[in-house]
Design a protein around this ligand. Structure first.
Ligand SMILES: [Zn+2]
Ligand SMILES: [Zn+2]
Length: 132
């Protein structure tokens, strides 16, 4: 599986399994993406990144990776063994699908979360650590 930013200055390849996609509605994800984030994840050592990624330390526990040329949001790198990858940056069909919503209590007031998928008001390890 491969992916890139909008301009192509950053490209990456994932050699491991992808987790189902989780939408995060937290304030940081809203600010960084302009809406909400939808992210998969993969074991950190299975992700090969080519090109320069700029990292923004968004909290004491995590940093966010973006392209310094076009500004695309690419990665969320926090505690644990997995690197979160923003699903819209993957090329083609990654095989995994949206499987739930987290931090729903922080969602923007301008939209509703529709559909039958599981929702959590805050973090939900059951959703974010599952790997297919
Ligand atoms: Zn770029
Ligand atoms: Zn978030």
């Amino acid at each position: 599986m491969t992916g890139s930013c909008l301009c192509g200055a950053v490209r990456y390849r994932v050699n491991g399994p992808l987790r189902p996609v989780i939408a995060c509605h937290c304030t940081q994800c809203r600010k960084t993406s302009g809406h909400h984030v939808a992210a998969t994840s993969a074991p950190r050592d299975s992700v090969e990144i080519a090109g320069q990624v700029n990292w923004y330390r968004s909290s004491p526990a995590a940093r966010r990776g973006f392209c310094p040329v076009c500004g695309s949001n690419l990665f969320w790198d926090g505690p644990g063994t997995h690197l979160s990858i923003f699903a819209g940056t993957l090329d083609g069909d990654p095989g995994v699908r949206l499987a739930g919503h987290i931090f729903c209590a922080d969602k923007g007031a301008y939209y509703e979360i529709e559909g039958p998928l599981p929702r959590a008001d805050g973090a939900d390890p059951e959703l974010t650590t599952q790997v297919s």
